[in-house]
Design a protein around this ligand. Sequence first.
Ligand SMILES: Cc1cc2nc3c(=O)[nH]c(=O)nc-3n(C[C@H](O)[C@H](O)[C@H](O)COP(=O)(O)OP(=O)(O)OC[C@H]3O[C@@H](n4cnc5c(N)ncnc54)[C@H](O)[C@@H]3O)c2cc1C
Length: 402
Amino acid sequence: MRSNRHEVVVVGAGPAGSSAALHLAQRGHDVVLVDKSKGPRCRIVCTGIVGREAYEKLDLPRDPVIDTIDRARFFSPSGVEVSYEPRAPMGHVVDRVKFDAALTEQACDAGATLLRGYTARGVETVQDGLKVTLDNGEQRSLHTRALVVATGYQRRLHKMAQLGRAVSYVNGVSADLPFADLDAAELYFGNQIAPGFFAWAVPFGSGKARLGVLTRNGGKAFFRKFLEMEPIRSRLRTDFTNGGVDLIQRRMMSRGIVQGAVQPSYSDRVLAVGEAAGQIKTTTSGGIYYGMIGAGIAAEVLSTALRKNRLSSDHLSTYETAWKARLGGEIDAGFELQRMGGAMSDLEIDELFTALNSGLGPAVRVLIQFDWHQPALRALLKRRASWRLGKSMKTVKGKEVA
Ligand SMILES: Cc1cc2nc3c(=O)[nH]c(=O)nc-3n(C[C@H](O)[C@H](O)[C@H](O)COP(=O)(O)OP(=O)(O)OC[C@H]3O[C@@H](n4cnc5c(N)ncnc54)[C@H](O)[C@@H]3O)c2cc1C
């Protein structure tokens, strides 16, 4: 890198940051993509499911695909099963390390410069731009006309860059483990399993599964309990008594996941993308595709702003309007589902599953899309008279849920 003066610095080479760097470089901008990891990250806490739509609409790398999800099975607390098998596969399970590395390579091929092993520690306004302070044991700084914050759930830069706060967080725990007889994505619901959320087992190549749980609190304890329950325990190819507990302990990874739009997701010369902006499904906490959508919108707005030299927060505010128009409804609907799910008893969840296997099912199933949950959720709520509703579901904290 010859100069320390650039048009755009993107901090974070996850899917969102690499996509933003790619789109900006393709538009002819001088972009530096900075990541604190020295090489491709070796441990990423993520199940790595990327929906079919994302593969169809974006030029995503195929090499990292490990498995394909053709069908899903949902289990209620007492074991009522609802299965869903669409005509075309729902999505792919990717090796996140390879996936992220491939996206970063695409950005570099388009002309972005990669700076690995540097943590961005500071942002300050200077004449005609921003100074971004980087640290790899020694400090250096980059002068830039604009900054894209794509640091995922890590918020070190948000306050300095005058970006907003996350509405809330959930806790995701997962592990790749030897597992038998899994031919579909399986999702488990219930207050003993994952109150208000769910646990999962997803095929991850031959003889392996990615297991996980999403909860508000106590994720690791819920995860251990999930592994002990049937029909999980008997399919785990892990001897609980002989080293298996160590294996689980070593493989288990956990982290917080941002929930809700981070507002503002822009300030003078700055945009946040991906999880750093809250571009995450609040239903499942999937964020790869939404973050890449956000990155595409950010690149479009920022490219115009750079060419017109209109980089004030007033001008960049169109970014938030645009990404919220695309993703905001889904984020709100996911919160609605969280409130509803959190207030349901196990019996009510069982009854909902039973209804989904009868009259309610077809009306909702036709509306299911892997990445867009609002239509199916609205259909479910509209027909709520057809499944028994406990008092808790009609009002949550005194408000109507739909
Ligand atoms: C258990 C679990 C399961 C999940 N499963 C799925 C799933 O199946 N599908 C899905 O779509 N989503 C899933 N997600 C969510 C998904 O992992 C995130 O939405 C996604 O990684 C966000 O991408 P990003 O590019 O915004 O951030 P990240 O992927 O987190 O990338 C941020 C990058 O910024 C770098 N960085 C951070 N701070 C700095 C700094 N100060 N300086 C320099 N570099 C920095 C990091 O090293 C990292 O490379 C899951 C999450 C969890 C926890």
